[in-house]
Design a binder for this molecule. Structure first.
Ligand code: ZN
Length: 236
């Protein structure tokens, strides 16, 4: 790939560059000056010369670059639905998957994955279908796509477990599931390392009974943490 090309593979390259810290600024699928600059910066850092042409050596280096398994900071999320995960984050079937897919049935209740404010709650014309976005602290957002119904409104303050909608298959989805994304300062990140072993619904029921998850020591020690999405040392 080189300057002037367009397409999904260019968008995937842009995403890969961004996930390695060499963001081209946009995932628009167009190989313009910003993408050229990002490719050259990555190539120079990786000892690949820096000719701006994303060939097999550059793509290989981008894919090999390890992403830390243990995410920085204490922010963790509740599981928004009680279901196993099908397609994961990253390269799936030749394209970049920006979230994970929870294989829940039509109409299954979805709970907010943590404390925050609803930033978007409406149908979209793109692949997401009916979409809810919750803005959390520390630059995090959680996205919930393909919903059959939305029960949240923009500006609503939610806590972990607040009902925000129901699982569906709106947008580009062949069967009901919840496409769940976590974004950090606008960039999709793998949600799995940040997911707790407790569902949003269970945390909500526990808090109604007065049982509160206790954040573990590193959550207490870190500055500016939010117990509702921090890692829990002990949960009811
Ligand atoms: Zn998905």
């Amino acid at each position: 790939m080189r300057v002037g090309q367009r397409g999904w593979d260019v968008a995937a390259l842009q995403f890969l560059l961004s996930s390695r810290g060499y963001g081209p600024g946009a995932f628009d699928g167009g190989f313009g000056p910003n993408t050229d600059d990002a490719v050259r910066r990555f190539q120079q850092a990786a000892g690949l010369g820096g000719d701006g042409v994303a060939g097999s050596a550059t793509l290989g280096a981008l894919r090999r670059r390890q992403v830390s398994a243990a995410p920085d900071g204490p922010v963790r999320f509740l599981r928004p639905v009680s279901a196993r995960i099908g397609d994961g984050f990253g390269w799936v079937a030749g394209r970049q998957h920006t979230g994970v897919d929870f294989l829940a049935g039509e109409g299954a209740p979805i709970g907010a994955a943590g404390r925050g404010v609803v930033a978007f709650a409406d149908r979209t014309s793109g692949g997401y279908g009916n979409l809810v976005v919750v803005r959390h602290r520390l630059g995090f957002e959680s996205w919930y796509a393909h919903l059959s119904g939305i029960s949240a409104w923009v500006g609503e303050a939610v806590v972990g477990g607040s009902r925000i909608g129901s699982v569906g298959a709106t947008g580009q989805a062949t069967a009901p599931h919840l496409h769940f994304e976590v974004r950090q300062f606008g960039t999709p990140v793998d949600p799995v390392p940040r997911l707790l072993d407790i569902t949003a619904a269970r945390a909500r029921r526990a808090s109604r009974r007065g049982l509160v998850c206790r954040p573990n020591a590193d959550a207490w020690n870190a500055r500016d943490t939010d117990p509702a999405v921090a890692r829990f040392g002990r949960c009811p």
